[in-house]
Design a protein around this ligand. Structure first.
Ligand SMILES: [Zn+2]
Length: 352
Protein backbone atom coordinates (compact mmCIF):
# COMPACT_ATOMS: atom_id res chain seq x y z
CA UNK A 1 0.00 0.00 0.00
CA UNK A 2 1.19 3.51 -0.68
CA UNK A 3 0.56 6.54 1.41
CA UNK A 4 -1.67 9.31 0.20
CA UNK A 5 -0.28 12.72 1.06
CA UNK A 6 -2.58 15.61 0.34
CA UNK A 7 -1.17 18.65 -1.44
CA UNK A 8 -1.14 21.97 0.39
CA UNK A 9 -4.76 22.36 1.29
CA UNK A 10 -5.16 23.59 4.84
CA UNK A 11 -5.67 27.11 6.00
CA UNK A 12 -8.10 29.66 4.80
CA UNK A 13 -8.29 29.74 1.04
CA UNK A 14 -10.38 31.62 -1.44
CA UNK A 15 -14.09 31.08 -0.99
CA UNK A 16 -13.68 29.04 2.17
CA UNK A 17 -14.01 25.89 0.07
CA UNK A 18 -10.87 24.26 1.34
CA UNK A 19 -12.41 20.94 2.19
CA UNK A 20 -14.21 20.69 -1.11
CA UNK A 21 -10.88 21.03 -2.86
CA UNK A 22 -9.70 18.02 -0.94
CA UNK A 23 -12.82 16.14 -1.98
CA UNK A 24 -11.51 16.10 -5.52
CA UNK A 25 -8.59 13.98 -4.34
CA UNK A 26 -11.00 11.16 -3.52
CA UNK A 27 -10.73 10.02 -7.09
CA UNK A 28 -7.01 9.48 -6.63
CA UNK A 29 -7.27 7.68 -3.30
CA UNK A 30 -5.52 4.31 -3.37
CA UNK A 31 -7.73 1.25 -3.71
CA UNK A 32 -6.60 -0.46 -0.54
CA UNK A 33 -7.97 -3.57 1.10
CA UNK A 34 -11.41 -2.59 2.44
CA UNK A 35 -10.72 -4.00 5.87
CA UNK A 36 -7.64 -1.81 6.20
CA UNK A 37 -8.79 1.48 4.81
CA UNK A 38 -9.36 4.21 7.30
CA UNK A 39 -7.91 7.69 6.85
CA UNK A 40 -5.07 8.33 9.31
CA UNK A 41 -3.69 11.79 10.06
CA UNK A 42 -0.01 12.09 10.90
CA UNK A 43 2.83 14.60 10.56
CA UNK A 44 6.55 14.14 11.12
CA UNK A 45 6.49 17.14 13.45
CA UNK A 46 4.76 14.86 15.96
CA UNK A 47 8.25 13.45 16.56
CA UNK A 48 9.41 16.78 17.98
CA UNK A 49 10.00 16.28 21.68
CA UNK A 50 10.24 19.69 23.35
CA UNK A 51 10.25 18.37 26.92
CA UNK A 52 12.87 16.57 28.98
CA UNK A 53 12.91 12.78 29.12
CA UNK A 54 11.15 11.53 32.21
CA UNK A 55 8.39 14.17 32.08
CA UNK A 56 5.06 12.58 32.94
CA UNK A 57 3.51 13.65 29.66
CA UNK A 58 4.25 10.85 27.15
CA UNK A 59 5.29 13.12 24.29
CA UNK A 60 6.83 10.30 22.14
CA UNK A 61 3.63 8.27 21.93
CA UNK A 62 2.24 9.90 18.77
CA UNK A 63 5.27 8.90 16.71
CA UNK A 64 5.45 5.46 18.30
CA UNK A 65 1.78 4.92 17.51
CA UNK A 66 2.27 5.80 13.86
CA UNK A 67 5.29 3.51 13.58
CA UNK A 68 3.19 0.69 15.00
CA UNK A 69 0.33 1.41 12.59
CA UNK A 70 2.77 1.14 9.70
CA UNK A 71 4.04 -2.18 11.03
CA UNK A 72 0.48 -3.45 11.27
CA UNK A 73 -0.55 -2.27 7.82
CA UNK A 74 -3.02 0.19 9.31
CA UNK A 75 -1.47 3.38 7.92
CA UNK A 76 -2.10 2.82 4.22
CA UNK A 77 -4.15 5.99 3.84
CA UNK A 78 -2.09 8.62 5.63
CA UNK A 79 -2.89 12.30 5.25
CA UNK A 80 -0.52 15.05 6.30
CA UNK A 81 -1.85 18.17 8.01
CA UNK A 82 -0.58 21.71 7.69
CA UNK A 83 -0.42 24.31 10.44
CA UNK A 84 -3.58 26.39 10.78
CA UNK A 85 -3.46 30.16 10.81
CA UNK A 86 -3.76 32.25 13.98
CA UNK A 87 -7.24 33.23 12.74
CA UNK A 88 -8.27 29.59 12.66
CA UNK A 89 -6.83 28.94 16.14
CA UNK A 90 -8.83 31.96 17.33
CA UNK A 91 -12.10 30.33 16.25
CA UNK A 92 -12.05 28.61 19.65
CA UNK A 93 -9.59 30.76 21.59
CA UNK A 94 -9.04 34.33 22.68
CA UNK A 95 -6.84 35.92 20.00
CA UNK A 96 -4.59 37.52 22.63
CA UNK A 97 -3.96 34.12 24.23
CA UNK A 98 -3.21 32.58 20.84
CA UNK A 99 -0.76 35.35 19.98
CA UNK A 100 0.98 35.26 23.36
CA UNK A 101 1.70 31.56 23.02
CA UNK A 102 2.81 31.82 19.40
CA UNK A 103 5.24 34.69 20.07
CA UNK A 104 6.45 33.53 23.48
CA UNK A 105 5.13 36.51 25.44
CA UNK A 106 2.85 34.20 27.43
CA UNK A 107 3.41 34.50 31.20
CA UNK A 108 5.38 31.91 33.18
CA UNK A 109 2.28 31.38 35.32
CA UNK A 110 0.20 30.54 32.25
CA UNK A 111 2.84 28.03 31.13
CA UNK A 112 2.91 26.47 34.61
CA UNK A 113 -0.83 25.94 34.31
CA UNK A 114 -0.23 24.15 31.01
CA UNK A 115 2.55 22.14 32.63
CA UNK A 116 5.01 22.28 29.73
CA UNK A 117 7.99 24.63 29.20
CA UNK A 118 7.54 27.16 26.38
CA UNK A 119 9.84 26.75 23.37
CA UNK A 120 9.63 27.35 19.64
CA UNK A 121 9.60 23.57 19.23
CA UNK A 122 6.56 23.34 21.49
CA UNK A 123 4.82 25.98 19.38
CA UNK A 124 5.56 24.03 16.21
CA UNK A 125 4.23 20.82 17.65
CA UNK A 126 1.15 22.39 19.24
CA UNK A 127 0.12 24.17 16.07
CA UNK A 128 0.53 21.16 13.77
CA UNK A 129 -1.40 19.17 16.35
CA UNK A 130 -4.41 21.44 15.84
CA UNK A 131 -3.91 21.19 12.09
CA UNK A 132 -4.27 17.45 12.50
CA UNK A 133 -7.70 17.83 14.11
CA UNK A 134 -8.84 20.32 11.47
CA UNK A 135 -7.79 17.95 8.71
CA UNK A 136 -9.37 14.94 10.42
CA UNK A 137 -12.72 16.73 10.59
CA UNK A 138 -12.47 17.65 6.93
CA UNK A 139 -11.57 14.08 5.97
CA UNK A 140 -14.48 12.76 8.02
CA UNK A 141 -16.82 14.93 5.97
CA UNK A 142 -15.28 13.44 2.86
CA UNK A 143 -14.73 9.79 3.78
CA UNK A 144 -17.08 9.32 6.75
CA UNK A 145 -14.27 8.99 9.26
CA UNK A 146 -10.68 9.90 10.03
CA UNK A 147 -8.43 9.07 12.95
CA UNK A 148 -5.62 11.23 14.27
CA UNK A 149 -2.36 9.85 15.69
CA UNK A 150 -2.37 12.62 18.27
CA UNK A 151 -4.59 15.07 20.02
CA UNK A 152 -7.64 15.25 22.15
CA UNK A 153 -6.39 18.35 23.99
CA UNK A 154 -9.68 18.88 25.77
CA UNK A 155 -8.39 20.74 28.84
CA UNK A 156 -7.55 23.88 26.83
CA UNK A 157 -10.02 26.68 27.63
CA UNK A 158 -10.87 29.76 25.57
CA UNK A 159 -8.18 31.97 27.10
CA UNK A 160 -5.82 29.59 28.88
CA UNK A 161 -4.33 26.16 28.59
CA UNK A 162 -4.12 23.53 31.31
CA UNK A 163 -3.28 19.89 31.90
CA UNK A 164 -0.68 19.67 29.08
CA UNK A 165 -3.21 21.12 26.64
CA UNK A 166 -2.40 24.41 24.91
CA UNK A 167 -5.03 24.72 22.18
CA UNK A 168 -8.23 22.68 22.11
CA UNK A 169 -7.62 20.90 18.84
CA UNK A 170 -11.06 19.40 18.26
CA UNK A 171 -12.81 22.60 19.36
CA UNK A 172 -10.91 24.50 16.70
CA UNK A 173 -11.74 21.70 14.25
CA UNK A 174 -15.46 21.96 15.02
CA UNK A 175 -15.55 25.67 14.36
CA UNK A 176 -13.35 25.34 11.27
CA UNK A 177 -15.71 22.71 9.85
CA UNK A 178 -18.67 24.99 10.50
CA UNK A 179 -16.86 27.89 8.83
CA UNK A 180 -15.38 26.04 5.87
CA UNK A 181 -17.91 23.31 5.16
CA UNK A 182 -21.05 25.03 6.34
CA UNK A 183 -22.10 22.23 8.64
CA UNK A 184 -24.54 22.83 11.48
CA UNK A 185 -24.83 20.51 14.47
CA UNK A 186 -21.64 19.03 15.93
CA UNK A 187 -21.50 16.42 18.71
CA UNK A 188 -18.50 15.91 20.97
CA UNK A 189 -18.21 12.38 22.34
CA UNK A 190 -15.49 12.70 24.95
CA UNK A 191 -14.68 9.32 26.48
CA UNK A 192 -11.32 10.21 28.01
CA UNK A 193 -11.21 9.35 31.72
CA UNK A 194 -10.93 13.07 32.53
CA UNK A 195 -13.77 15.53 32.02
CA UNK A 196 -13.59 17.60 28.84
CA UNK A 197 -13.66 20.82 30.82
CA UNK A 198 -12.06 23.05 28.21
CA UNK A 199 -14.42 21.88 25.49
CA UNK A 200 -17.41 22.50 27.75
CA UNK A 201 -16.19 26.02 28.50
CA UNK A 202 -15.57 26.86 24.85
CA UNK A 203 -19.04 25.79 23.68
CA UNK A 204 -21.07 26.96 26.68
CA UNK A 205 -24.16 28.65 25.27
CA UNK A 206 -23.54 27.45 21.71
CA UNK A 207 -26.51 25.28 20.68
CA UNK A 208 -24.77 24.23 17.45
CA UNK A 209 -22.23 22.17 19.41
CA UNK A 210 -23.32 19.55 21.97
CA UNK A 211 -20.71 18.34 24.46
CA UNK A 212 -20.96 14.86 25.97
CA UNK A 213 -18.32 13.92 28.53
CA UNK A 214 -18.31 10.45 30.04
CA UNK A 215 -15.56 10.42 32.65
CA UNK A 216 -14.50 9.16 36.06
CA UNK A 217 -15.88 11.08 39.03
CA UNK A 218 -12.81 10.22 41.13
CA UNK A 219 -10.12 11.92 39.05
CA UNK A 220 -8.26 14.67 40.93
CA UNK A 221 -7.96 16.63 37.67
CA UNK A 222 -9.49 18.91 36.43
CA UNK A 223 -9.52 20.56 39.84
CA UNK A 224 -12.86 22.19 39.12
CA UNK A 225 -15.25 20.79 36.56
CA UNK A 226 -17.17 22.68 33.91
CA UNK A 227 -20.73 21.83 32.93
CA UNK A 228 -20.93 19.91 29.65
CA UNK A 229 -24.26 19.65 27.86
CA UNK A 230 -24.30 16.11 29.24
CA UNK A 231 -21.89 14.86 31.89
CA UNK A 232 -21.87 11.18 32.84
CA UNK A 233 -19.63 10.70 35.86
CA UNK A 234 -18.77 7.08 36.60
CA UNK A 235 -17.15 5.78 39.80
CA UNK A 236 -13.59 4.61 40.31
CA UNK A 237 -13.17 0.97 39.34
CA UNK A 238 -15.80 1.10 36.58
CA UNK A 239 -15.62 -2.19 34.64
CA UNK A 240 -16.04 -2.96 30.95
CA UNK A 241 -19.66 -3.98 31.45
CA UNK A 242 -20.60 -0.98 33.58
CA UNK A 243 -18.92 1.37 31.13
CA UNK A 244 -20.65 -0.08 28.08
CA UNK A 245 -24.01 0.02 29.79
CA UNK A 246 -23.61 3.74 30.47
CA UNK A 247 -22.41 4.45 26.94
CA UNK A 248 -25.21 2.44 25.34
CA UNK A 249 -27.76 4.38 27.37
CA UNK A 250 -26.61 7.83 26.29
CA UNK A 251 -25.03 7.74 22.84
CA UNK A 252 -27.66 6.28 20.47
CA UNK A 253 -30.45 8.52 21.83
CA UNK A 254 -28.22 11.57 21.49
CA UNK A 255 -27.35 10.72 17.91
CA UNK A 256 -31.02 10.17 17.11
CA UNK A 257 -32.10 13.43 18.72
CA UNK A 258 -29.34 15.74 17.52
CA UNK A 259 -28.69 14.19 14.11
CA UNK A 260 -25.18 15.70 14.12
CA UNK A 261 -23.47 16.44 10.85
CA UNK A 262 -20.10 15.74 12.49
CA UNK A 263 -19.03 13.78 15.57
CA UNK A 264 -15.73 14.59 17.23
CA UNK A 265 -14.58 11.64 19.31
CA UNK A 266 -11.95 11.76 22.05
CA UNK A 267 -10.90 8.12 22.48
CA UNK A 268 -8.70 8.46 25.56
CA UNK A 269 -7.30 5.15 26.78
CA UNK A 270 -6.65 6.43 30.28
CA UNK A 271 -9.82 4.50 31.16
CA UNK A 272 -7.60 1.38 31.18
CA UNK A 273 -7.20 -0.49 34.48
CA UNK A 274 -3.41 -0.21 34.28
CA UNK A 275 -3.27 3.48 33.35
CA UNK A 276 -0.99 5.53 35.59
CA UNK A 277 -3.50 8.35 36.06
CA UNK A 278 -6.95 6.96 35.30
CA UNK A 279 -9.04 5.36 38.02
CA UNK A 280 -11.35 3.21 35.92
CA UNK A 281 -10.80 -0.50 35.29
CA UNK A 282 -11.37 -1.17 31.59
CA UNK A 283 -9.47 -3.92 29.79
CA UNK A 284 -8.06 -3.92 26.25
CA UNK A 285 -11.18 -5.80 25.17
CA UNK A 286 -13.38 -3.21 26.85
CA UNK A 287 -11.67 -0.33 25.06
CA UNK A 288 -11.95 -2.11 21.71
CA UNK A 289 -15.65 -2.77 22.35
CA UNK A 290 -16.14 0.90 23.26
CA UNK A 291 -14.45 2.17 20.11
CA UNK A 292 -16.35 -0.30 17.92
CA UNK A 293 -19.61 0.81 19.52
CA UNK A 294 -18.94 4.51 18.87
CA UNK A 295 -18.12 3.93 15.20
CA UNK A 296 -21.07 1.57 14.72
CA UNK A 297 -23.49 3.98 16.40
CA UNK A 298 -22.24 6.86 14.25
CA UNK A 299 -22.52 4.72 11.12
CA UNK A 300 -26.08 3.73 12.05
CA UNK A 301 -26.93 7.40 12.52
CA UNK A 302 -25.21 8.46 9.30
CA UNK A 303 -22.88 10.76 11.23
CA UNK A 304 -19.27 11.24 10.06
CA UNK A 305 -16.75 10.90 12.89
CA UNK A 306 -13.27 12.30 13.42
CA UNK A 307 -11.37 10.68 16.28
CA UNK A 308 -8.49 11.95 18.40
CA UNK A 309 -6.16 9.74 20.39
CA UNK A 310 -6.84 11.26 23.82
CA UNK A 311 -5.03 10.49 27.05
CA UNK A 312 -3.11 7.38 27.98
CA UNK A 313 -0.36 7.16 30.57
CA UNK A 314 2.20 4.52 31.45
CA UNK A 315 5.97 4.65 31.97
CA UNK A 316 6.30 2.05 29.21
CA UNK A 317 5.15 3.96 26.13
CA UNK A 318 4.74 0.79 24.08
CA UNK A 319 1.98 -0.31 26.46
CA UNK A 320 0.15 2.96 25.78
CA UNK A 321 0.56 2.38 22.06
CA UNK A 322 -0.97 -1.10 22.46
CA UNK A 323 -4.11 0.61 23.75
CA UNK A 324 -4.25 3.43 21.20
CA UNK A 325 -3.94 0.92 18.35
CA UNK A 326 -7.34 -0.46 19.37
CA UNK A 327 -9.03 2.72 18.07
CA UNK A 328 -7.42 2.22 14.68
CA UNK A 329 -8.44 -1.43 14.56
CA UNK A 330 -12.03 -0.45 15.25
CA UNK A 331 -11.78 2.36 12.70
CA UNK A 332 -10.49 0.04 9.98
CA UNK A 333 -13.38 -2.31 10.58
CA UNK A 334 -16.00 0.43 10.36
CA UNK A 335 -14.53 2.54 7.55
CA UNK A 336 -16.74 0.96 4.86
CA UNK A 337 -19.92 1.50 6.89
CA UNK A 338 -19.02 5.12 7.62
CA UNK A 339 -18.10 5.88 4.00
CA UNK A 340 -21.79 6.29 3.26
CA UNK A 341 -22.02 8.96 5.96
CA UNK A 342 -19.15 10.83 4.33
CA UNK A 343 -20.81 10.67 0.93
CA UNK A 344 -24.03 12.05 2.40
CA UNK A 345 -22.13 14.86 4.12
CA UNK A 346 -20.45 15.76 0.85
CA UNK A 347 -23.79 15.84 -0.96
CA UNK A 348 -25.33 18.03 1.75
CA UNK A 349 -22.41 20.44 1.56
CA UNK A 350 -22.72 20.69 -2.23
CA UNK A 351 -26.38 21.64 -1.80
CA UNK A 352 -25.62 24.32 0.81
ZN1 LIG B 1 -7.31 12.05 30.19
Amino acid sequence: MRSLILPRALGRQAGGLVWRRAASSAATAPAATPALTHPVVYHDDFTINPIPDGHRFPMPKDALLYARLRQLGLAGRTFRPEPPSADTLSLAHDPAYVQSFLDGSISPAAMRRIGLPWSEALVQRAVIGVGSAVLAARLALQFGMAVMCNGGTHHAHPAHGSGWCIFNDQAVAARAAQRDAGIGQVLFVDLDVHQGDGTAAIFRGDPSVFTLSLHCAAQPFPHSLERSDLDVALPAGTTDEQYMQALQEVLPPLLARLRPQLVLYNAGVDVHAEDSLGKMALTDAGILARDRFVFAACAAAGAPVAAAMGGGYCPDHERIVDRHVLLHRAAAEHAPALAAAGAAAARAARRS
